[in-house]
Design a protein around this ligand. Structure first.
Ligand code: ATP
Length: 226
């Protein structure tokens, strides 16, 4: 598995300190991040591919510095947003998945085969020529996953990927995420999504307050909520 390393990471937005002294080395296949609204989870997740740079400390991916080696890191880290509308950029489903490969300069038949395989994997083949904006919320989130996965990143970071979905679609997207070969880091309020994960980290007020097996961390968090 890849290695994601936070070294004494802190972050401020203006005068607001939102992360303090985070040191973590993530090498497990499936890592969950949970915690209260505004505790800093999204900010932490966004640092893994450089969407946010820490104000203090350092974030590394496989020995690369996220700030210095941003392009190389972004090739390794795919990011799935809460709202797929923020991620879908092309008119049709097929074009949107293909867009992720534009920089790789693959021979066109190789690219087309990869796009077809990604569409098939996420059950989107029959929707390939549909206008992307006409998909349902669940279908759009599957399209976002296909568009991220087609580029074969080593790590997938997902920030509340099931929040906008109904229970059935949340389960479908959750099952797809859990079955990935890639290392995954998932931020969520839906605790069942990370119940089978290898490691769960609880963030509170910008600090790590629990870091354990899923069973241990979730028991801690549920007790803290009551
Ligand atoms: N771009 C920004 N500018 C200013 N403040 C920000 C920005 N992004 C986040 N914040 C603030 O940083 C804090 C942490 O936000 P973050 O989104 O990381 O929390 P979170 O744990 O993911 O919350 P939620 O569960 O509600 O999504 C919040 O107080 C938020 O208002």
């Amino acid at each position: 598995m890849p290695e994601i390393r936070f070294e004494a990471v802190g972050h401020r937005f203006g005068d607001d300190r939102v992360l303090s002294d985070i040191s973590l080395t993530l090498t497990e296949a499936r890592v969950g991040i949970v915690g209260a609204n505004g505790s800093g989870k999204s900010t932490l997740a966004r640092m893994i591919n450089g969407l946010v740079s820490p104000t203090t400390g350092r974030v590394g991916v496989d020995g690369l510095d996220v700030k210095r080696d941003g392009r190389e890191v972004r090739r390794r880290v795919g990011f799935v947003f809460t709202n797929p509308d923020n991620q879908i950029v092309m008119p049709t489903v097929r074009e949107d998945v293909a867009f992720s490969l534009r920089r790789m300069r693959l021979p066109s038949e190789v690219a087309a085969a990869r796009v077809d395989a990604a569409l098939d994997r996420f059950g989107l083949t029959t929707l390939a020529d549909r206008a992307a904006h006409t998909l349902s919320g669940g279908q759009k989130q599957l399209l976002s996953l296909a568009a991220v996965l087609v580029a074969e990143p080593a790590i997938v970071v997902a920030d509340e990927p099931t929040t906008l979905l109904d229970a059935r679609n949340a389960r479908v997207v959750g099952e797809h995420l859990s079955s990935l070969d890639q290392q995954i880091v998932v931020v969520t309020h839906q605790l069942d999504l990370v119940e089978e994960f290898d490691r769960v980290i609880v963030i509170d007020a910008g600090r790590v307050v629990a870091d354990d097996s899923a069973a241990g961390a979730l028991a801690w968090y549920r007790a803290a909520l009551t």
